[in-house]
Every structure is written in structure tokens, then in C-alpha cells.
Design a protein around this ligand. Structure first.
Ligand code: FES
Ligand SMILES: [Fe+2]
Length: 399
């Protein structure tokens, strides 16, 4: 396939069509409700990393507002991480008080959690192990039936996923399918989170997703942070089941300012320079392109996972309402071994933070304008194929 063909992805994936896509799913409360029920309560969702709860008895509580619940992820003495609804079997109080807002962390040496209301105690397998004044409950009260309500939980490459569909049978491995293989083996665990952002945006979760899932906007929106750095076209595109991935590449035209050139010569913490392939999985940048910058992957429904030589980062979009989304961005880099590296990393981090602010700046305006009703459709060009694929996958779930 020639890279110069203007409609190369349409030629490769004719089944996706070339029509404009409808605005309605971005603004309709009914569409939002249907997506929550048919997608977010049915599919595997990333809710953490194993490094966040490294020791037996560590736990994390993650709010899942769209499902009106929160999940306790607790590492047991057997080192297994399990997930449970944060709802007490006695009178339904939250077992762990969510002092941290959307994410609360804690540790209990005995690997148990205790409801603060009346003191019921649950262990890391979810079993009810202590009930104060148990003899005063009526006959027929059986501890074994009153553990925490479990949530299907599994781990892929150190990412903790949950699935709220208690009757679902598809494993996480099967859900990720070929995309799981494509991204496996990258040293995610060898890097640490150097910065994280989250905020609530007044836009539909798809508006936020779409703004990050194409490179067409880079020349305009990122003219400040990344002038003439990235090409607008995607390379090595693969649509793998419900998921999708492509390489974003460098133009090799960029003339970095002196400080940027110095920073990138000290550390590979930024996306703007090419680095030899040493840690990327074989299937990422398979032809070892010299302009490869990073892999842009969408794990359906709401995670963007980007890997590159010596760094990785994620965006995640949690639906909160038809026009409300919690966006979480996290950036991971190797540990530094000198102050020069620390400075160079911070330079890259600042650049990336600015780019993310540029990205998020469009979203609420987009939502407002879509809700005006002035337009019924959006027009996607060939290099916005990840959005087009996303639309079709969502349609499939809606049916
Ligand atoms: S509601 Fe939890 S112990 Fe009473
Ligand atoms: Fe962007």
C-alpha cells in the first residue's frame, strides 16, 4: 500500500465506509445511558496498576461513578489482587471510606477491611470473617453467604482490569485478543509515574477520546508545543477486533530550540526524537522506521495507551454523564540517575503537560457546539480512521 494514496485506510478497510458519522451519540442522554449499560458495564476496564498496591494488605478503592459503585482492589496474602463492590453486606454502607475522592489507597497488615459503621470485617477473598454481636442476628444468618460482592478482576502486563458484568464469561485475555499480544512484553513495570493529571471536563467521553486519537490536529492545536514535529498521517495501522493501534511519526523537520536540544540529548524522556528500538515489542514499529515517535493504541472502550522507547503514557476517559467526563492522564519514565537527567525529564514533562492542556482546551467548546444542534454529522478524513473504527465498534455494541 502506498503511503501517498490519499485514501489508503479506506482502501484497506472498505467495510468502515466513508460517510460522515452522526452527532447524536455525542449529545443524546439516551445514547449515553445505552453506552453505560451495553459497553461500560459489559467490557473490561483498566482501573489501576499492580505497582499501586505492591504488598499484601494494600488496597485501592476506585470510584466508578457511571455504575454508581466503587471497587475495592485488594492484594491478599496469596499475592492475588481481587476486586469487590465497596458495599457492606450488613446495611449497605461503604466498607472503605473514600477519603481520596476518585481513588483512595490504604493498607491493612492483616489484609482485611472493616466497615466503620458496625465493624463487620472482610478478608482479601471477600469473606466475612467477623461480625460484632453475631449471636444477636436471627437464626439462618450465614457468614458464608454474606461476603463482599465480587467483581471480575484480572491483570494484563501489570494493568488491573475489572468487568462489572458478573454473568460475563469472556476472559480479559480473550477480550484484548491480538491487541494484548501486540503490546505484551514492553517494560511497563520498569518505569514510574512521573506526572498525572485528572479533571472533569464538560464533554462527552467520546469527544475527549476523539481529540487524542488522531494526529490531524497536531499542526494546529500543538503549533506551540510541537511545531512541525509530528506528521498528520498514521503508520502501521492495525484494527484488531474492538481495539485499534497505529504509529505516530516524526516529520524530521523540527528545529528544536537550544534548551530542547540539550534536554533530548541527555534523556529520551520526550516524544520528539527518534530512538533506536531496544525495548519495543517486535510487532510495534515492525520495519524499524527511522521516523517512529510512538504507538497510539486504543483499548476499547476508554483507554489510550502510548508506548515509545523509554516512556509510556495513558489517557482514560470515564463517562459521568452525556456531557461530563473524567479524564485521567499518566506519564511514565525510567528512574533518573543524575540531576542532569532529572532536569531533562522535567523539560520533557513540561512540554508534554503543555500539549495535554492544548488538547483538553478544545473539548468543552466542541461539546457546546455539537449541542447547539447546528450540525447532524461530522466529517472524518482518512487519517481519522481510529475515530471511524471507534464509531463502528460502538454501533456494534449498541445493537
Ligand atoms: S453497614 Fe457495614 S457493618 Fe453495618
Ligand atoms: Fe494532541
Amino acid at each position: 500500500m502506498s503511503e501517498t494514496t490519499a485514501l489508503r485506510w479506506a482502501e484497506k478497510y472498505p467495510e468502515l465506509g466513508g460517510e460522515p458519522i452522526p452527532v447524536a451519540p455525542y449529545v443524546s442522554p439516551q445514547a449515553y445511558e445505552a453506552e453505560v449499560e451495553k459497553v461500560f458495564k459489559k467490557t473490561w476496564l483498566r482501573v489501576g496498576r499492580v505497582e499501586e498496591i505492591p504488598n499484601a494488605g494494600d488496597y485501592k478503592v476506585k470510584k466508578l461513578q457511571f455504575a454508581k459503585t466503587s471497587v475495592i482492589l485488594i492484594r491478599g496474602k496469596d499475592n492475588v489482587i481481587r476486586g469487590f463492590h465497596n458495599t457492606c453486606s450488613h446495611r449497605g454502607n461503604k466498607v472503605v471510606v473514600e477519603t481520596g475522592g476518585d481513588e483512595t489507597f490504604g493498607h491493612n497488615k492483616a489484609a482485611v477491611v472493616t466497615c466503620r459503621f458496625h465493624g463487620w470485617v472482610y478478608n482479601a477473598t471477600g469473606a466475612l470473617v467477623d461480625v460484632p454481636e453475631k449471636e444477636k442476628f436471627h437464626a439462618g444468618f450465614i457468614d458464608e453467604e454474606n461476603g463482599l460482592t465480587s467483581i471480575r478482576t484480572d491483570v494484563w502486563e501489570g494493568f488491573i482490569f475489572i468487568n462489572l458484568d458478573s454473568s460475563g464469561t469472556q476472559s480479559l485475555k480473550d477480550y484484548l485478543g491480538a491487541m494484548g499480544d501486540h503490546l505484551a512484553g514492553f517494560p511497563y513495570h520498569a518505569m514510574e509515574s512521573v506526572f498525572a493529571y485528572n479533571t472533569e471536563l464538560n464533554c462527552n467521553w467520546k469527544v475527549a477520546h476523539d481529540a487524542f486519537a488522531e494526529a490531524y490536529h497536531v499542526a494546529t492545536i500543538h503549533a506551540g508545543s510541537f511545531p512541525d514535529v509530528f506528521g498528520s498521517g498514521l503508520q502501521d495501522l492495525q484494527l484488531l477486533g474492538d481495539h485499534r493501534t497505529a504509529a505516530v511519526c516524526l516529520t524530521n523537520n523540527a528545529k528544536p530550540k537550544p534548551a530542547a536540544a540539550l534536554a533530548t540529548s541527555i534523556t529520551g524522556a520526550s516524544l520528539i526524537n527518534f530512538k533506536e528500538k531496544t525495548m519495543l515489542p517486535e510487532s510495534v514499529n515492525p520495519s524499524n522506521r527511522k521516523d517512529f515517535a510512538f504507538e497510539l493504541t486504543v483499548l476499547f472502550p476508554n483507554i489510550l495507551l502510548h508506548i515509545s522507547e523509554g516512556l509510556w503514557f495513558t489517557h482514560q476517559f470515564w463517562p459521568m454523564g452525556p456531557n461530563k467526563t473524567r479524564w485521567e492522564g499518566k506519564y511514565y519514565l525510567p528512574k533518573v540517575s543524575s540531576y542532569a537527567e532529572r532536569w531533562a525529564q522535567q523539560f520533557a514533562v513540561t512540554l508534554q503537560r503543555n500539549a495535554w492542556l492544548e488538547d483538553t482546551a478544545t473539548m468543552e467548546d466542541t461539546q457546546d457546539a455539537l449541542e447547539s444542534g447546528a450540525k447532524d454529522v461530522m466529517h472524518l478524513q482518512d487519517e481519522e480512521i481510529l475515530l471511524r473504527h471507534g464509531y463502528h465498534v460502538l454501533e456494534k455494541y449498541m445493537k
